[in-house]
Design a protein around this ligand. Structure first.
Ligand code: C5P
Length: 237
């Protein structure tokens, strides 16, 4: 199974680069990676990725590319040139798009991991039906993850509840990146389907995306270490 020594990816969901860097400066790149999403990237651009890289952080660029194959391939190349460690696309863009994205990165030394988003966790079966998808969300996740794997992607983003079904049908080396993680006793915030770090790792998650439980902690570095320790414990069990 795909295991990693540093499973924690801290979501830097900030609306200023100064805010993101102030938080990053309280973290240790030896214990976690960071995620730059659409809000921070739209405000601060590639400078955000470069500034984090300069500080020694590996960056997951979470822009969920979804466009025609040529455009997504170019965007993935740009992310690689920026030095990103992980980048993602929407599996709903289809086989040609994902294959072009994988081909754009293939053979590059130190290329980013290429991850697919399957079904957004904000969509339920009703919402999927409204956009013409008759499958349940669970079935659609498995369908799109299987497609992503066959297109040569490295993994998918999935909710804690999807880890077990995906581990049941995908290659053990396939990377599963899981948000919706809350240490026991932490605020649930607006997340609905949550899991503790230990249970997500025990189910087979490769990386955990954790935002507010770290970014709003009095001591963010200690929060990362506590989550990391829980993950190690789950792997030993
Ligand atoms: O603060 P919190 O831990 O809830 O942040 C989770 C991060 O993971 C956010 O950046 C959010 O956008 C992202 N995410 C998610 N659920 C998904 C996909 C991404 O929470 N299905």
């Amino acid at each position: 199974m795909n295991r990693t020594d540093r499973p924690v990816i801290v979501a830097l969901d900030f609306d200023t680069l100064d805010g993101a860097l102030a938080l990053a400066d309280r973290l240790d790149p030896a214990t976690c990676r960071v995620k730059v999403g659409k809000e921070l990237f739209t405000r601060a651009g590639p400078a955000a990725v470069r500034a984090l890289g300069t500080r020694g952080f590996e960056v997951f660029l979470d822009l969920k590319f979804h466009d025609i194959p040529n455009t997504v391939a170019g965007a993935c190349r740009a992310a690689a040139d920026l030095g990103c460690w992980m980048v993602n696309v929407h599996a709903g863009g289809g086989r040609a798009m994902m294959t072009a994205a994988a081909a754009a990165l293939a053979g590059q030394a130190g290329r980013p991991l290429l991850i697919a988003v399957t079904v957004l966790t904000s969509l339920d079966d009703l919402a999927l039906g409204e956009v013409g998808v008759d499958a349940t969300a669970g079935d659609q996740v498995v369908r799109l993850a299987t497609l992503a794997e066959s297109c040569g992607l490295d993994g998918v983003v999935c909710s804690p509840l999807e880890i077990a079904p995906l581990r049941g049908c995908l290659d053990p080396g396939f990377t599963l990146v899981t948000p919706g993680v809350r240490p026991a006793g932490a605020a649930q915030d607006d997340q609905v389907r949550i899991a503790t770090p230990g249970s997500a790792i025990a189910a087979g998650a490769s990386y955990l995306v954790v935002g507010r439980p770290v970014t709003r902690a009095a001591d963010p570095a200690a929060a990362v270490l506590a989550i990391d320790a829980e993950c190690r414990e789950a792997r030993r069990a």
